[in-house]
Design a protein around this ligand. Sequence first.
Ligand code: IVH
Length: 673
Amino acid sequence: MEDDGKKKREIENLVRELNYHCYRYYVLDDPVISDEEYDRLYRRLKELEEETGYVLPDSPTRRVGAPPLQKFEKVKHRDPMLSLDNAFSHEEVLEFDRRVKRHLGTDNEIEYTVEPKYDGLAIELTYRDGILTTASTRGDGFEGENVTQNIMTIKSVPLAINGPDTPSLIDIRGEVYMNIEDFEALNNEREGRGEPAFANPRNAAAGSVRQLDPSITAARTLHLVCYGASAPGKIPFSSQTGLINWLKRKRFPIPLIVRLCRGIEEVIKALQEIEEKRETFPFEADGAVVKVNDFDLQRRLGVKTREPRWAIAYKFPAHQGTTRILEIIPSVGRTGAITPVAMLEPVRIGGVTVSRSTLHNWDEVERKDIRIGDTVVVERAGDVIPHVIKVITDRRTGNEKRVTPPEFCPACGSRVVRPEGEVVVRCQRLDCPAQVRERIKHFASRNGMDIEGLGEKNVELLYSEGLIRHFTDIYKLRKEDLVSLPRFAEKSAENLITAIGRSKNTTLARLLYALGIIHVGEYASKLLARNFKEIEDLYHVRPEAIERIPQMGEKIARSVSDFFSDEENLKTLDELRELGLRVTNPDFDDSGKEEGALDGLTFVITGTLPLPRKEVEGMISRNGGHPASSVSRKTDYLVAGENPGAKIEKARSLGVKVISFEDLQKMIKGGSR
Ligand code: IVH
């Protein structure tokens, strides 16, 4: 017994010690013991925990080993997680200051803080009696997803906080992000495995947190930064700087820079400082956040719909860089469209190396007079793929080469077509290798059949080996076919075969998307799946039957009808079924499915509503309705807010009913239609 007590004390000491070293290493970046020493202490703790079954709530061993979830539970935020209004110029920041003063009825200088705006994923950490109990994503601001297991794997997240100034219940707000270097390493690794690269560090962080299997999150290098808190009871700080100091004392990672500024002129200086320094930050900062420092003033200013009046995000201008075009190559997409792509001399723009940029279409190349050898300005804004803004003609030497649209497909050599008046140049040969490869990639992609491991590189390899020429070939692949290939080993071959097997159970919406029918994206696939129970119901479908579905236009209707009238396509679908594809349609699964209050109704929104438009559209969709953008005879209701536009006239002239946002809420709650 006494022995047991001794062991428990050792456990308590080890947990305290290990958590301290974790903090030194991951928050302060200033370790005081070697990795080996840390591992030794960790192993000792693990051993004692197993022996005694005594595992403290903040034991570092709890960070790993949680089993995968089936799905994320929902978590309601005690206080909604707000977003921020943006300012795109210093003038707009000055205007923000004037608004603040006007609202507070003062001419006195206001105290503000300025912090970098981390481009990551907003997270809320809830601590009860000092123990981290829940971590959740923002979601729609009111309700997010429970990602506790995943967030616990991030070593800079404190599992416990203590001290007399710790409220018994407190929510800490912050951002989970990935450093640019780790992001690039992750993408290299993914490309090597034939997996799609993440577009930017933010997507990589979000993708890593939203994993059902916490071991995947644990394998990614993620960071946390905290900048906010709210508690139902008394809080031990009364300003943003007070909060930051408190967070620091509680060992939370805080923003790299927090400037306290007296008056807006000092704010502008701090913005300039952060903008200058941002290239040296290890993370992507897309702006800086200006906050009224005093919490009493913040309370007096309050919140406007979804944004606080006491803060603003100053967005930095997009990242630009100058480089040279080495080559312009025609690239064939899955529909046969051939687009020009500029291969660039690699250049670092905002911490990311850029070596290619789409030039969109051949008309644009001509309009901007872009030539091989040109020096160009390339811009990378947010998550947008880099694009060429302009040519620096002063830098021309006379050796630049113009390009013209190809007359023959670069992949199969067939003559291309360019329909009169269209900007697209197309290869029309269905078995063109480039098109086939792109179609297969699309088929296997995440929103399609979701076959992990069948990305760009592996599709190219399997195609060049003659192993896949068609969707159906994917389901005929055997492990033996793969193991002898350069990019495969026993385990990776097995993984791919398993992933292919798993993809056989799919939904109609996914399959429709995966087929890559022209004009049928994710949304149209979902709409089709709502209206047709089985894929066979679409065989030989007439365009009119599709057009009857609200929101489906003539172009989609024709394309879907053409696709399902082609005997070769139908044969492929039948063959997929014979190969074991099992397609379910949850939209027609009547068991337990409640009828949506807005089933089959189409809504158009106009004017300012109490909630952002996207959210109202979400409300409509969740209840079975279809949000549409323009009023037509197919519209059932126009939801009109303040200052409605011309849509209201159009609705009246077509006899479409006009309702208020409150009417819509009543309909959802089960009122009359
Ligand atoms: S304060 C009331 N501070 O940017 C909202 N947000 O575009 C208070 N963000 O929702 C947010 N760095 O997810 C704040 N230093 C920082 C931030 C920051 C990044 C995120 C946050 C916010 C979004 C707004």
